[in-house]
Design a protein around this ligand. Structure first.
Ligand code: GLA
Length: 578
């Protein structure tokens, strides 16, 4: 580090970085996105590491396919760029549980983001698994990694300096030698609580660059100024509007920032997609799960195509640094066509094959059943005289309630709905199909369990004797065996169809008209859709598709009227506020 600059081989060096999360982009598209970053004038790619994606259970560290972080870093190096790695362990990022594995908090005595031995022991295992990937790829060993960040906006959560010290020790112990940074929102309290001496403080913001850099300077009196997250867009919640930012304003803010000589990481350069069940959620009194698209209104859109913001930011960067002349081509509209979903299977017909039912005296949490995402089914027998009201202490996050197989209603955390009426003199089977809509990724609720929490009461009396099963709704082998030519089905069901393509190319599935559910194409989970919006499309990355026959399977939870799958020209991210 110099007095005012990063130094590279002893010479002042400005970092012009763009955030790109390998875990939100199909691995066959990494090289394309990285290249487009270089063509915008960036010299560095920044990524978080999503611990929970690599470690679905303790002792596992998956680096295959879309989790091959080493390959991602090698592609950055091959493009002649540098890399910034933010291994967390907490990453926020609108990613489920902020990247922390849910299995870690099975035992409530395990600390969260603090100096707590069990938590720290798990982090040590995690960093040891990362060591062979990161250590040899540092700049001083000929690799691309120039900086590593410790924790993430820790000043917004806690002030446990011992925890940060231990994290530094653990990161150094595995052999990381590059400079370490912290990032915090630019207030005096957060910048102080979120860092310790020896770590280089940086800030996160998306406007009022000069004022924020001045605040940062008072807390980081020497060395380079860096905005480690320059928010050039924003994320969306289900049931709210789609966020966009004004292009010329965003470019103007970037101009102000670069004019000071500061370094920057655009958050995001390319957001990508929360495939599968990977989206996070916020809960500051209202539970707000994140949508599937992580388009972020970033310079490259969800499908990797340059937007007006890309060109505006490229022009700004060109005033300060050399920008390659080559321009990435604009994406072309995808073909519009319909696919008949001509086979179907009722979810309730296959639940016994999607999970194993166990007996319980009280409703177990999803986590107690060793399941950390997706769906869980609770079943109880009831025998009521007179009016029957079902009441749950807490539902995380959404329970569809069925009596004798018929849908009765929904208990929804998003709307604080905890109770509903069953038919009078109800006698028979009650099912609660509970969806984890994404674990909270910011604030004090990180690490909380999912499923039914506390007691379930019927007419005021706790309901005992449950059968419960975590459902692996993505067991498509089971689903395929159960599919039959379509017949009217009420309630949650799988629908399937096939379609033929001349070539593999990006497609966009129009989900308007459907209720709520999940879609797989050729076995790849595109993520959730929901009529709550704002997004009305699911992105189908080209590498998932093939020339010839392709398969689509939809799990529709509401059992909406029969309707074909409609593929459309492009992204439909929904209404904006203005
Ligand atoms: C903070 C976090 C990021 C992300 C952004 C909002 O800056 O550090 O992980 O959550 O907010 O998109």
């Amino acid at each position: 580090m110099g007095d005012e600059d990063f130094l590279l081989d002893g010479r002042p060096h400005r970092i012009l970085s763009g955030a790109l999360h390998y875990f939100r982009v199909h691995p066959d598209q990494w090289a394309d996105r990285i290249r487009k970053a270089r063509l915008m004038g960036l010299n560095t790619i920044e990524t978080y590491v999503a611990w929970n994606a690599h470690a679905p259970e303790r002792g596992v560290f998956d680096t295959s396919g879309g989790l091959d972080l080493g390959r991602f870093l090698d592609l950055i190096a091959a493009e002649g760029m540098h890399a910034i790695v933010r291994p967390g362990p907490y990453i926020c990022a609108e990613w489920t549980n902020g990247g922390l594995p849910a299995w870690l908090f099975q035992d409530p005595s395990v600390g969260v983001r603090s100096f707590e031995p069990q938590y720290l022991a798990a982090i040590e295992e995690y960093l040891q698994a990362l060591a062979p990937i990161l250590v040899p790829r540092q700049i001083d060993r000929g690799g691309p990694i120039v900086l590593v960040q410790i924790e993430n906006e820790y000043g917004a959560y806690g002030d446990d300096a011992r925890y940060l010290e231990r994290l530094v020790e653990l990161n150094r112990a595995i052999g990381l030698t590059v400079p370490f940074t912290t990032v915090d929102q630019p207030t005096a309290e957060m910048l102080e609580a979120g860092s310790i001496p020896g770590l280089h403080k940086t800030a996160s913001f998306g406007s009022r660059s000069l004022e924020r850099l001045a605040t940062l300077r008072t807390h980081q009196p020497d060395g380079p100024l860096m905005c480690s997250e320059f928010w050039d867009g924003w994320f969306d919640h289900w049931g709210a509007h789609h966020h966009t930012t004004d292009v010329s304003q965003a470019a103007g803010e970037l101009d102000d920032l670069l004019a000071t000589g500061a370094s920057v990481n655009l958050y995001m350069f390319h957001g990508g997609t929360n495939f599968g069940f990977t989206n996070g959620a916020n809960d500051k009194g209202v539970f707000q799960p994140l949508v599937t698209s992580y388009d972020y209104d970033a310079p490259l859109d969800e499908a990797g195509n340059p937007t007006a913001k890309y060109w505006a930011m490229r022009d700004v960067i060109a005033q300060y640094a050399p920008v390659p002349e080559e321009r990435p081509s604009a994406g072309s509209p995808a073909p519009r066509f319909e696919v008949e979903l001509d086979r179907a299977a009722a979810l309730f017909d296959v639940v016994e094959s999607l999970g194993t039912f166990t007996a319980h005296d009280h409703p177990p949490t999803m986590d107690e059943l060793g399941q950390y995402e997706g769906f869980i089914l609770y079943r109880a027998e009831i025998d009521c005289v007179g009016p029957a009201v079902l009441e749950v202490d807490e539902v995380r996050d959404r329970a569809q309630v069925f009596f004798e197989g018929d849908g009765i209603g929904v208990l929804a955390r998003t709307h604080h709905v905890h109770s509903l009426s069953l038919p009078r003199d109800a006698r028979g089977t009650v099912d609660l199909l509970v969806e984890d809509q994404g674990r909270v990724n910011y604030g004090s609720r990180i690490g909380e369990p999912k499923g039914l929490i506390g007691a379930v009461r019927l007419c005021g009396e706790p309901l005992g004797r449950w059968r419960a099963a975590g459902l692996d709704v993505g067991r498509l082998d089971v689903v395929r065996r159960a599919l039959r030519p379509v017949a009217p089905i009420s309630g949650p069901s799988y629908r399937a169809g096939t379609f033929s393509l001349d070539e593999s190319r990006d497609l966009f599935l129009d989900t308007s008209g459907w209720g709520k559910g999940v879609v797989w194409v050729n076995g790849f989970s595109l993520g959730r859709y929901w009529s709550a919006g704002p997004q009305r499309s699911l992105y189908v990355p080209a590498p998932v598709l093939r020339a010839g026959e392709n398969e689509i399977i939809v799990l529709e939870l509401n059992g909406v009227p029969h309707r074909p799958a409609v593929f459309t020209e492009g992204l439909e991210l929904g209404h904006t506020e203005f």
